[in-house]
Design a protein around this ligand. Structure first.
Ligand code: G6P
Length: 483
């Protein structure tokens, strides 16, 4: 089904991701233009792409739109077209209603539909062909995330000359959960088309290796597995942890910007100058533990441990995957819970939960991080959680307490956070109270230690480590320290 190989392209480094590295912005007068997407991945890769004849293959964000390749801000962009049906079956369906819940420990029930699988395969073929037509002879191709797990193998069939990396941004589940997937062998074979497969945590690597052993019968030894190269020989596939990080320089610079600092003081005033601001920042996703967090906070108000005159929880929940049923139900649940808590505890001057169903520019986020005394990251399962790392970067070692779920990958690096099990509501309540009452000296000590970790492990280091390893480099010795 993969078809005849296309003519090779001109680009030495090709990134393949579901979304392009640019977003469309439409001005009030109706003209539209592109803007580089926010976020660490794009920020880290843009300069590498500019210096290495790089191209980015991805979907432009609007259904049924055929776009020619174009250049923006020094980056070559190759749009892949998706129809309405592709969006329903490949993106909302197989990617976000089958794989997403399955890979996040079945917190929501995964749906298995053969039609969705067929479309996932068809769309992965389209991405693989676009990558094959963009990559120069012997180029490096770096495939991103669970939407494109078949691309490594499909691409290798089209272009055996290219070096293929794949990075999995979300968790890889234990084999007994993964095995529910009717297409479990095909996806593993898809991934094994890569030379290097990167995961966030060592536990993800172990889960993946366990699935390969059980379902395909191959054993990774010292991180490597020999597979058939399709020409009677063998080639090695490596699986390793490369914990992703953030663009520390940008967050640090913003945290020192007088305008951002003034905005953070203004936020505090606008909230009625509470003694303590608690903050949650998440995509509105059922993996993030927002319900659990609100429950713990509500119980602390209920039993009188916290008072609405002193403490306010700011919850930013950015809209996400709004056509997918469980996301709509989650929004209803959260908004009901917030309404109940506020209806019960608000006073004229103070609100218990300031709930914001928006996304904000990074300047506003950093102002919020500076205003927040306690950051709550209570994910039930999360590949990494970059919000936790952004909070640490923004604080610059100057206090603030991070309450962090042990089920977020970031807990492997941020050991000085108050680590919690979000299912244990009493434990979470204790941690919130400990955070609210923590002596500034202790908070600063913990924050400094975490800040040291973050500044020595930013997203540039992550991409260099991965690409260095993909190019045949040795395993970075100090990477193992913290992952
Ligand atoms: C997670 C995934 C990404 C995805 C992002 C936003 O971080 O790992 O692959 O791009 O969520 O989700 P969306 O469905 O809007 O692309």
């Amino acid at each position: 089904r993969v078809g005849a190989p296309p003519e090779p392209g001109d680009y030495d480094l090709v990134v393949v991701a579901n979304r392009l590295a640019v977003d469309r912005v439409t001005d009030p007068d109706g003209t539209s233009s592109w803007r580089r997407s926010p976020g660490g991945l794009v920020t880290a890769l843009a300069p590498i792409m500019a210096s290495r004849e790089g191209a980015w293959v991805g979907w432009g964000g609007v259904a049924d739109e055929a776009l020619e390749p174009f250049t923006h801000d020094g980056m070559h962009l190759v749009p892949v077209e998706l129809s309405e049906q592709d969006l329903t079956e490949y993106y909302e369906g197989f990617s976000n209603s089958t794989l997403w819940p399955l890979y996040h420990d079945v917190i929501a029930r995964p749906a298995f539909h053969r039609q969705w699988w067929d479309t996932y395969l068809t769309v992965n073929v389209r991405f693989a062909r676009a990558a094959a037509a963009t990559a120069a002879p012997n180029a490096t191709v770096w495939v991103q995330d669970y939407q494109l797990q078949l691309v490594p193998r499909l691409l290798r069939r089209l272009r055996p000359d290219v070096r293929i990396g794949y990075f999995h941004h979300i968790p890889f589940p234990p084999v007994d959960i993964y095995s529910q997937l009717p297409w479990r062998r095909s996806l593993l074979e898809g991934l094994l088309g890569a030379d290097l497969i990167g995961f966030q945590r060592r536990s993800d690597v172990a889960n993946f290796a366990g699935s390969v052993r059980r379902l395909l019968g191959g054993s990774f030894r010292s991180g490597a597995l020999n597979v058939n190269d399709g020409h009677g020989g063998e080639r090695a596939v490596t699986a390793e942890a490369f914990p992703i990080s953030i663009d520390v320089a940008t967050i640090t610079a913003l945290s020192r910007d007088p305008e951002v600092q003034a905005r953070s003081r203004q936020i505090r005033e606008e909230l009625g100058n509470p003694n303590t601001i608690l903050l949650g920042v998440d995509r509105l996703d059922y993996t993030k533990g927002i319900r659990h967090r609100i429950k713990a906070f509500a119980e602390l108000l209920e039993d009188g441990s916290l008072d609405v005159e002193d403490v306010c929880l700011v919850q930013v929940a950015s809209p996400s995957r709004e056509n997918v049923g469980p996301y709509q139900e989650l929004r209803d649940d959260i908004e009901l819970a917030v309404g109940r808590v506020n209806g019960t505890y608000d006073t004229m001057g103070h609100t218990a939960i300031r709930y914001l169903h928006h996304s904000y520019p990074v300047e506003e986020m950093v102002a919020l991080y500076l205003a927040a005394d306690v950051m709550l990251v209570t994910a039930l399962r999360d590949g990494m959680n970059l919000v936790a790392k952004e909070y640490v970067a923004a604080r610059g070692g100057k206090g603030g307490v991070l309450v962090l779920s042990e089920f977020a990958g970031a807990s492997d690096q941020l050991r000085k956070a108050l680590l919690i099990n979000p299912h244990d509501i009493d434990g979470m309540k204790d941690a919130i109270l400990e955070a609210v009452a923590m002596a500034p000296q202790e908070a600063t000590k913990r924050m400094r230690s975490m800040h040291r970790q973050i500044i020595t492990h930013d997203v540039n280091k992550w991409s260099q480590d991965f690409l260095g390893r993909l190019a045949g480099g040795e395993q970075a010795a100090d990477r193992q320290e913290h992952d």
